[in-house]
Each structure stands twice: as structure tokens, then as C-alpha cells.
Design a protein around this ligand. Structure first.
Ligand code: ATP
Length: 234
């Protein structure tokens, strides 16, 4: 579904990605873990065309997308719930969800999906008409995930969906991600919560200073002594 080859990104003189390659198979969950500044966010941004890589290729559903624009990537079935959530704080919950479906014109289906989001996240229904800037951090995070799903993606990129949230809210988000994945949506997930990410992921990559230093199934990495020491706090 997604195939990234030798992706390089520079910020001025900083080489943020030094040749990343990874694969996300259809319908599977792939996690990216690594310490601060390893290049995880940059990888997602380069994949969804929020920034232009210096080198490398990104193929999505059999088509090279390295040179197309971000909104065309959405039209092809990729959604990105970015770091910092990327929702419009001065718009209501419902308006943000509507914007997630901005490329669709099937209004009956959009309404159905909106109802689906409200049943996944009942708190968003309660806050439907509330301006998003007044939501709690966890509620905003749920809205960011729900908004990304409103484009009916085949692949969802998620940047730290559990960051700064209470354990119960983290559990809620991960349980929704499991449901979303079981419904056939592929996920590329960046997470500080390596334990939860590896439990959910069928495959994972460990990034260090802009390179993939290890990869394997989620279970393999959960058992790896290096991963346990560096990322699982053991
Ligand atoms: P974190 O877990 O802390 O969010 P990350 O793995 O997502 O880290 P990135 O945000 O991708 O890491 O950053 C990779 C490197 O690129 C870091 O050294 C960072 O300082 C640098 N970097 C990121 N964005 C910019 C930018 N806009 N300008 C300059 N340097 C940047």
C-alpha cells in the first residue's frame, strides 16, 4: 500500500532523514518508534507531502506520489492526523469533522460517517457545537483522529495520538485505532508510547538520527533487549 525508499529530508544544514525505507502493507498497522529528534514526524510529513524530500521515492497504492500536492494525496486515500493535532480551534467540533470530508460530495454518506465518529467518540457528540479550542487535550486528540477518518482514508498517518493524555484516554484512543484497523484501514503510527504501539503493530521500525536502525514484527521488537532498554524503560 505504501512503499518508501531511501527518503532524505534536510532542514537547511540539518540532515533530518538520511535515507529511510519502509513498507506499510494493505490494512496493517506499522509503528515508528525512536527517541526525540529521530525523524519520526519528518517521515510522516514527507510521506503526506507536507514537505518536500531532498531525495527518495514514496509510492502509494502503486503510484509514485513524490511530486504531487498534499490535497491530491488526500484524494488518493491518505489522511494525516499531524503532531499538534491540526484541528481548527475557532471552529466547532462538527465544522472540523465536515472539513475532514472536504473532498467528498456524498452528503448522505458523510452524515453516516459523522454519526459513526459520534458513536466511536460519544464525547464529541456532546461537544458537537462547541468551539474546538475549548475542548480538553484528549478531546482535541479524539477530534483529530475522527477528522482524519472523515476523508475515508485507506491509510491513516498518526503522529503521537496519545501524547500528554491520561491513561484512560490513551486506552480509548488505542481501542478505536484497533477498530479502525480491523475495518481495513492501514495505519502508520508514530508513538512515544512504544509499548502500546508495538502491541498494536504488525510491523515496526526503530529510527535513530534519521535512519532505520532496527525493524521487525511488533512482537519481535517487544522482546528485543535493545528496544526494551532504550524505549520501554527497562
Ligand atoms: P519527537 O519525538 O521529539 O517529536 P521526531 O522523531 O518526530 O522527534 P523530527 O521532528 O522529525 O523528530 O525531527 C528530526 C530532526 O529534524 C530533529 O533534529 C529536529 O530538530 C530537526 N527539525 C525538525 N523540524 C525542523 C525544522 N522545521 N527546522 C529545522 N530543523 C528541524
Amino acid at each position: 500500500m505504501l512503499s518508501v525508499k531511501d527518503l532524505k529530508v534536510n532542514y537547511g544544514a540539518i540532515e533530518a532523514l538520511r535515507g529511510i525505507s519502509l513498507e506499510v502493507p494493505e490494512g496493517q498497522v506499522v509503528a515508528l518508534i525512536g527517541s526525540n529528534g529521530a525523524g519520526k514526524t519528518t517521515t510522516l510529513r514527507a510521506v503526506s507531502r507536507m514537505l518536500r524530500p531532498a531525495a527518495g521515492t514514496v509510492k502509494f497504492r502503486g503510484e509514485e506520489i513524490t511530486r504531487i500536492q498534499a490535497h491530491e494525496v488526500v484524494a488518493r486515500g491518505m489522511a494525516h492526523a499531524p503532531e499538534g493535532r491540526g484541528i481548527f480551534l475557532n471552529l466547532t467540533v462538527r465544522e472540523n469533522l465536515d472539513l475532514g470530508a472536504f473532498l467528498r460530495n456524498d452528503s448522505a454518506e458523510i452524515q453516516k460517517d459523522m454519526d459513526k465518529m459520534f458513536s466511536l467518540f460519544p464525547i464529541l457528540k456532546e461537544r458537537e457545537k462547541q468551539v474546538s479550542g475549548t475542548l480538553s487535550g484528549g478531546e482535541q486528540q479524539m477530534l483529530a483522529v475522527a477528522r482524519a477518518l472523515m476523508s475515508r482514508p485507506k491509510l491513516l498517518l498518526l503522529d503521537e495520538p496519545s501524547l500528554g493524555l491520561a491513561p484512560q484516554v490513551v486506552d480509548k484512543i488505542f481501542s478505536v485505532l484497533r477498530d479502525v484497523s480491523q475495518a481495513g484501514v492501514a495505519l502508520l503510527l508514530v508513538e512515544q508510547n512504544a509499548h502500546k504501539a508495538l502491541q498494536l503493530a504488525s510491523r515496526a521500525y526503530v529510527l535513530e538520527t534519521g535512519e532505520v536502525v532496527m525493524s521487525g514484527t511488533g512482537q519481535e521488537l517487544l522482546k528485543s533487549p535493545e528496544v526494551r532498554k532504550a524505549y520501554l524503560g527497562e
